[in-house]
Design a protein around this ligand. Structure first.
Ligand code: F0G
Length: 463
């Protein structure tokens, strides 16, 4: 459907759905939230979801499914082998990606572990724009090195480059030449989550594909937000305004040798993932490993009803009214925050907005965790749960001295089809009021520092 057909003379982009099933929104008083924060050691990972009003911790697995998805789940065939639901799922993955060989997994990191345990050996290097945390961890677990080669603009929160997820082609080419024989495959993450949910242009994917091909290196897409990336190409890349998003997506899948997918994002499901491949070279090894650790190749650790929901979700996500609304959500929030005087990483990403807490709270030094302080204040003020990506997550003690992270960001990641515009207006009202008294926000000190993955279990107290 063309967007102008629906919209003229309206400027408002509406939620392209009506609501059949509702869930009450948990609401707590300010005093209750203050007590909850204190009990949780000022760590939102330790707060119960019942105490959260707006949960923006992640866009992963938090989608509201459609009536059609729920309907498909009821007719699922829960057979151990050769399930009809698997065939339906496989057919849709083949249609969307063009890849004939499809391996279901229970989520993205299971796909990563399967592929990497087959291909990554100690001393090997895997280039990408940016690797997501679990991707990096799974590569490192096999003794490999995950190497980030995103363009310089992708590291600059102010830059308004339309494709900040692009890989630096000159560096990629040089890297492939220098590390001949040590690169089992190359990757690109679309959209680039670690870099702020920024898209990669089709031209960049095409050039990366040529480089990988010239060096004889297989090329895998981390495709968990492929539909959002394809829609950004339609909006921002010259020559694609009239193209269908599904064709744009097929265009980039054609340029790679396969993909890894966490379907908890653009699969529009609560659990699920897959590997899809152009060639069957790795197939039997992957399937054997799948049987060992995940399940038979026609369910891969999922219930057949999950495969049914995913088969429907992968089609729904390519609906352009849905994608127009989806991309409008983060833009709406970013514009609202910027108008109020809260700086965000530019331009807003597809699935999330990243507040620059260093710029917003200059009176709190990095060692006092300005990002985490803002996360706590957003919860205290209006029950918003967000995630710090800064010194609480990445800061390190080196020879007794604290070495802060490069950036102090707070990510608001938006679940798909869950919150409405009035929710966002309400949140923005509270945050705008916060600006005038932001100097009252105090930093935090660590009271418990776990030995690894600090952000999940650390405890803090206000300074
Ligand atoms: N790749 C990317 C780019 C991701 O964003 C994620 C998950 C994964 C792989 C792993 O997938 O969770 O299904 O095992 N990202 C979530 C997030 C957790 O909040 O950004 P998974």
């Amino acid at each position: 459907m063309s967007e102008t057909k629906h919209r003229a003379p309206h400027r408002t982009i509406i939620e392209p759905f009506k609501i059949k099933v509702v869930e009450p929104l948990s609401r707590r008083t300010l005093e209750q939230r203050e007590a909850i924060l204190k009990r949780a050691g000022y760590n939102l990972f330790l707060v119960q979801s019942d105490d959260v009003t707006f949960d923006f911790l992640t866009d992963s697995g938090t989608t509201a499914m459609s009536a059609e998805q729920w309907g498909a789940m009821m007719v699922a065939d829960e057979s151990y082998a050769g399930s009809r639901s698997f065939q339906r799922f496989e057919k849709v993955v083949r249609e969307v990606t063009g890849y004939p060989f499809v391996i279901p997994t229970h989520q993205g990191r299971a796909a990563e572990r399967l592929l990497f345990s087959l291909l990554v050996k100690p001393g090997m290097k895997i280039p990408s724009n940016n690797h997501f945390d679990t991707t990096r961890a799974n590569i490192e677990h096999m003794g490999g090195e995950a190497v980030d080669l995103v363009i310089d603009e992708g590291r600059d929160p102010e830059s308004r480059h339309p494709f900040k997820g692009n890989v630096d082609l000159a560096r990629l080419d040089a890297f492939c030449a220098e590390n001949r024989g040590r690169i089992p495959f190359g990757m690109l993450t679309i959209t680039n989550n670690t870099g702020g949910g920024q898209p990669v242009s089709l031209a960049n994917i095409e050039s990366a594909s040529k480089i990988y091909r010239r060096h004889g290196i297989p090329f895998m897409l981390d495709a968990c937000r492929f539909a959002e990336n394809a829609y950004f190409i339609k909006l921002r890349e010259e020559g694609f305004a009239a193209a269908r998003v599904r064709d744009i997506a097929r265009g980039f899948f054609d340029l790679a040798d396969g993909c890894l997918m966490s379907a908890k994002k653009d699969g529009l499901v609560n659990i699920g993932g897959f590997i899809a491949l152009k060639s069957d070279e790795w197939l039997s090894n992957l399937r054997n490993q799948l049987i060992l650790t995940e399940g038979f190749p026609t369910y891969g650790g999922l219930a057949a009803r999950d495969l049914e929901a995913l088969a429907v979700g992968l089609k729904e996500v390519l609906d352009e009214d849905y994608l127009e609304y989806r991309i409008a959500v983060s833009k709406y929030m970013a514009d609202g925050l910027n108008r109020a005087g809260i700086q965000t990483m530019q331009p807003p990403g597809g699935h999330a907005v990243y507040i620059d807490a260093k710029a917003f709270l200059p009176h709190i030094p990095p060692g006092r965790f300005p990002g985490q302080a803002l996360v706590c204040e957003l919860y205290r003020l209006e029950g918003v749960r967000s995630c710090e990506i800064g010194s609480a997550m990445f800061g390190a003690f080196v020879d007794g001295a604290f070495r802060p992270a490069a950036m102090e960001l707070v990510r608001l990641a938006f679940p798909r089809r869950v919150y409405t515009q009035s929710h966002f207006d309400y949140i923005l009202e509270g945050m705008s009021a916060l600006v005038a008294r932001k100097t009252a926000i105090r930093g935090l000190r660590l009271t418990y520092d776990p030995p690894f993955l600090r952000h999940f279990t650390a405890q803090f107290e206000p300074v």
